[in-house]
Design a protein around this ligand. Structure first.
Ligand code: SF4
Length: 369
C-alpha cells in the first residue's frame, strides 16, 4: 500500500524570474553577448565584475562603456533580490537576511561568523513542499523554486558585505556554504547543481569557494542523491534523517513514504563510495517524539552498518516554532541519546544552535513576514 505523496510534486505557485547573468555558464554568457550584438570578450569582463569584484550593479561596472552598461543592465541584470531587513543576534556574529525577489517572493539566508570561518546558510526554494510537521517552512508549502541566479546571488551579496566590513566583526571572507535554508535542494536539482558550480568555480566562472566547504542537504530523495554522486563534485551531503525507523519517519518526514530509510542509506552509501566524502546525518531531536534511547541505539547501528566510519551525526536541538506542540529534548535526554549513538561506533555531536533568538529554524523569519 502506497501512501499518497503529492508533496514532492507540489506545483510551484509562481514562475521563474527573467534570465540573469548568474543563470548562465561561460558558453551561455558568450551566446548572450552575440544576441546583444556585443563582442564575446565582454562576457568575461562582465563575469569578472560579478564573480571577482562581487559587483551586481552594471551601472558601477566602470571598465565597460556606458552604452554597454545600459544594454547588459536591461538584458542580464533584472531585479533579483532586495534585502527587506537584516536581523542580528549572538552579539552580531549571526545575521539573518530576509530577501524579496523580483516577483515579491520572500526568502532568507543566515550568515554565521566563527573565529576560523564564515558560513552562509542559503535557501534553494521559497517555501518547501516536503511538509515536515515540525518545521515552519513546511507548513506554508512550496511557493516556487529559486532560479540559479537567486541562489548564487545570496552568496555574492554576503561575500560582498563581509569583504566590505558591512557585517559586525570587521572585514572578512566567506568560506563555507550550507544549503540548509528554506526548501529541499534536491527537489530543485538542476538549478542547485548549477548554483554549486557557480559558487565553487574560480573567477571569472564563479565565486571560488572550495567544494569541500559546501554542504548540500536533503530529506532523502534517493534517486537525486545518486545523481548528485555522479556529478563529479566533492561537496558534503547532509541527510536529514530525524529518526531511524520508517514507522515514525513516515509522519516526521513524509517523503519517507516514497523512499524509506533503507533506500536513503543505500543512496548515501553510493554517494560516499563515489565521492569519498563522509556523510553528515542531521537529527532534529524532539522531546518525546524521536529522542528515546532505543532510537539512539538503532540510529547508530543502522548508520554503522550502512556507512561504517564514513558518517557523522549532528544532533540539532529543535528550535520550537511559536504555538507548536513540538519542543526540544531536555539536556540529560540529549546527552544519553548522543552516548547511545556513539556507543555504536558513530561519531555524534550536538550542533551549535546559532540564531535561536532570531528564529533561525528554517523558514521562521519568512513565515513571520
Ligand atoms: S524541515 Fe526542511 S525539508 Fe522539511 S519541510 Fe522544513 S524546509 Fe522542507
Amino acid at each position: 500500500m502506497t501512501a499518497p505523496l503529492p508533496l514532492v510534486f507540489d506545483a510551484p505557485r509562481r514562475g521563474m524570474p527573467p534570465r540573469h547573468l548568474a543563470d548562465l555558464d561561460a558558453d551561455g554568457r558568450r551566446a548572450a553577448m552575440t544576441e546583444l550584438g556585443l563582442p564575446k570578450f565582454r562576457a568575461d569582463q562582465i563575469a569578472r565584475q560579478y564573480y571577482g569584484r562581487l559587483q551586481a550593479d552594471p551601472t558601477a561596472m566602470t571598465d565597460l562603456p556606458a552604452a554597454v552598461r545600459d544594454t547588459i543592465a536591461g538584458a542580464l541584470f533584472p531585479p533579483l533580490l532586495t534585502p527587506v531587513r537584516h536581523i542580528a543576534c549572538d552579539a552580531g556574529e549571526t545575521r539573518k537576511t530576509l530577501w524579496r525577489a523580483g516577483d515579491g517572493t520572500l526568502l532568507e539566508s543566515v550568515l554565521m561568523r566563527y573565529p576560523d570561518r564564515a558560513t552562509l546558510c542559503i535557501s534553494s526554494q521559497a517555501g518547501c513542499g516536503m511538509a515536515c510537521p515540525f518545521c515552519a517552512t513546511g507548513q506554508g508549502g512550496l511557493t516556487r523554486n529559486l532560479s540559479t541566479a537567486e541562489i548564487v546571488d545570496q552568496v555574492r551579496a554576503a561575500a560582498a558585505d563581509l569583504r566590505d566590513g558591512a557585517v559586525p566583526g570587521g572585514a572578512g571572507r566567506l568560506s563555507n556554504i550550507v544549503f540548509m535554508g528554506m526548501g529541499e535542494p534536491l527537489a530543485n536539482y538542476k538549478r542547485v547543481v548549477n548554483a554549486v558550480r557557480r559558487i565553487t568555480s574560480p573567477a571569472p566562472d564563479g565565486l571560488g569557494i572550495s567544494q569541500r566547504n559546501v554542504v548540500v542537504s536533503t530529506v532523502g530523495l534517493a534517486p537525486a542523491i545518486r545523481k548528485l554522486a555522479d556529478e563529479g563534485l566533492s561537496v558534503t551531503l547532509a541527510v536529514s534523517l530525524h529518526t531511524p525507523d520508517d514507522e515514525l519517519r513516515d509522519t516526521l518526514v513524509p517523503v519517507n513514504n516514497r523512499w524509506p530509510v533503507a533506500e536513503v542509506l543505500d543512496a548515501a552509501r553510493y554517494y560516499a563510495d563515489k565521492t569519498g566524502r563522509r556523510i553528515s546525518v542531521e537529527y532534529a531531536l524532539i522531546r518525546d517524539i524521536n529522542d528515546q534511547p532505543w532510537r539512539g541505539d538503532m540510529l547508530g547501528a543502522k548508520l554503522h552498518k550502512a556507512l561504517g566510519s564514513r558518517v557523522h551525526v549532528n544532533v540539532i536541538p529543535l528550535n520550537p516554532t511559536p504555538g507548536s506542540k513540538w519542543d526540544a529534548s531536555p539536556k540529560p535526554v540529549e546527552r544519553e541519546f548522543v552516548r547511545r549513538v556513539e556507543a555504536q561506533g558513530v561519531p555524534c555531536t550536538v550542533r551549535d544552535t546559532r540564531g535561536q533568538e532570531i528564529a533561525a529554524a528554517c523558514g521562521q523569519l519568512a513565515a513571520e513576514g
